[in-house]
Design a protein around this ligand. Structure first.
Ligand code: ACG
Ligand code: CA
Length: 441
């Protein structure tokens, strides 16, 4: 199984306004098929006033620029006709401050006040987010404070209130009825106060629905494991980071340790990725990886157990340095052609890193056998032919700083993978591995 993460606004335009949309996504299907993608994860598509869409104003309508319900359904149908599943980003931890529920709460409607989390006398109003020290409690003019883990514009929903839980289940059913194949659950570790409560929450939430449920639990491997069985698919931040760190440092130690922690003997599918919208892109890791190193990172991705997931454009080596507060800079338009003047091209902003004629376009790289895209397509093909690797066992055969060899196997099959992280050719057990390259026998 191969996944592909899409920021709709930047991917493909269907109505010539330069903004990506559902209609445009249909036009991207041939490209995604060529890459061998089995499912796409669409970043938030619901009504929202932000560029990222993680603060939803209405879960029952879509961003107007993306299209209508009809367009959405037609898009899903087109994907299904081509054997590709559609997974939606589902941010249920909070809403936008503009959501009708919050607006009614502000006007004193007691039913909706209980949809959100309000400070009491006991609340520590100076409480901070564990990872970056940002404030969690936000004041209103009347002196009340509400909780918003991700800032004042996105108040947290109150899951102590069973009505809120039912509201969000209703949304989930509605989307699945529309043909959606699953969800990427945003901020999934933050739903409840303790780990036990959080796990109980999700078990209950998922108890009567089926699909591809991919959780964003950005935490240490132990916490990810605890949630694994409930969801089935877990984003593997640990290994995804360590692939890049190892390649960057030219030392496999961190990757080996991560594989042992996060990829061995799991009762769920770890989803390994190249980068995502919350971090710098693969090609810009730690200021920038060389083309060889970007390619090696990708071939490692496709030869590990678990599900490989590509962040749109990483297969071209698109650049992007994550920075706050303007996090949209890593979300450049996907360059379909070198001049960026081709049908379907998005251009809702001037590209911050990947402008016209920067050599990263799909059209240009498809013609070049040595490009990052051609390399990705070859490894993706290998992966499709060996889809059993998703659940393969991994056993190390050589754990050197610059040479990593392991056996992947299941009951019937087995193959050996060799990764060379040095600038010289190496021989191991009669297999020749080129500098910064991967071999499989
Ligand atoms: C999701 C989305 C993100 C979105 C939101 C909110 C959540 O992908 O785009 O923001 O809807 C935390 C949360 C994640 C969240 C990210 C951005 N992502 O847990 O749910 O922030 C540590 C913490 C993590 C933290 C991470 C952030 O533990 O919890 O993620 O840092 O860098 C090792 C450690 C690991 C540590 C890392 C990194 O791996 O093991 O624990 O992670 O190092 O240090 C969007 C917008 C926002 C907006 C919001 C409403 O981007 O601007 O405010 O929507
Ligand atoms: Ca458009």
């Amino acid at each position: 199984m191969i996944g592909y993460q899409i920021y709709v606004r930047s991917f493909r335009d269907g109505n010539l306004d330069g903004v990506g949309d559902f209609e445009g996504l249909k036009g991207a299907i041939p490209y995604l098929k060529e890459l061998g993608v089995d499912f796409v994860w669409l970043m938030p598509v619901f009504s929202s006033i932000s560029f990222h869409g993680y603060d939803v104003v209405d879960f029952y309508s879509f961003k107007a620029e993306y299209g209508s319900k009809k367009d959405f359904k037609e898009m899903i149908e087109a994907f299904h006709n081509n054997g590709i599943k559609v997974v939606l980003d589902f941010p249920i931890h909070h809403t936008s401050f503009l959501h009708m529920w919050f607006q009614k709460a502000l006007k004193g409607d007691s039913r909706y006040r209980d949809y959100y989390v309000w400070a009491s006398e006991k609340t520590d109003l100076d409480e901070r987010r564990e990872w970056d020290n940002e404030r969690i409690w936000h004041p209103l003019e009347d002196g009340r404070f509400y909780r918003g883990l991700f800032g004042p514009l996105s108040p947290d929903l109150n899951y102590d209130n069973p009505q809120v839980f039912e509201e969000m289940k209703k949304v989930a059913h509605h989307l699945l009825d529309m043909g959606v194949d699953g969800f990427r659950f945003d901020a999934a570790k933050h739903m409840r106060d303790t780990l036990e409560q959080n796990i109980r929450f999700w078990r209950y939430f998922l108890s009567d629905i089926e699909g591809i449920f991919l959780a964003e639990i950005w935490a240490e491997a132990r916490v990810v494991d605890e949630h694994g069985r409930i969801f089935g698919y877990m984003l593997n931040f640990d290994t995804s980071h360590c692939i890049k760190e190892a390649v960057w440092k030219e030392n496999f130690k961190v990757l080996i340790e991560s594989i042992e922690r996060a990829l061995v003997e799991k009762d769920y599918l770890p989803v390994n990725f190249t980068s995502n919208h919350d971090m710098s892109r693969l090609a810009s890791f730690e200021g920038g990886l060389s083309k060889e190193k970007v390619k090696l990172s990708l071939s490692i991705l496709f030869t590990l157990p678990g599900v490989p997931l590509i962040f749109y454009g990483d297969e071209l080596g698109m650049k992007g340095i994550y920075q706050k507060p303007n996090t949209e800079v890593v979300l450049d338009p996907f360059p379909w052609s070198e001049n960026m003047c081709v049908e379907g091209q998005t251009f809702w902003k001037w590209p911050a890193f990947n402008g016209p004629f920067s050599g990263v376009s799909a059209e240009y790289q498809k013609k070049d056998h040595n490009s990052i895209l051609s390399h990705t397509m070859r490894w993706a093909r290998f992966r499709r032919e060996n889809s059993w690797l998703d659940r393969a066992n991994i056993e190390f055969l050589c754990k050197e700083e610059k040479l990593l060899v392991y056996r992947l196997s299941d009951k019937e099959r087995s193959l050996k993978v060799f990764h060379n992280l040095s600038n010289e050719e190496v021989m191991f057990e009669g297999v020749r591995v080129q500098p910064y390259s991967t071999e499989v026998v």
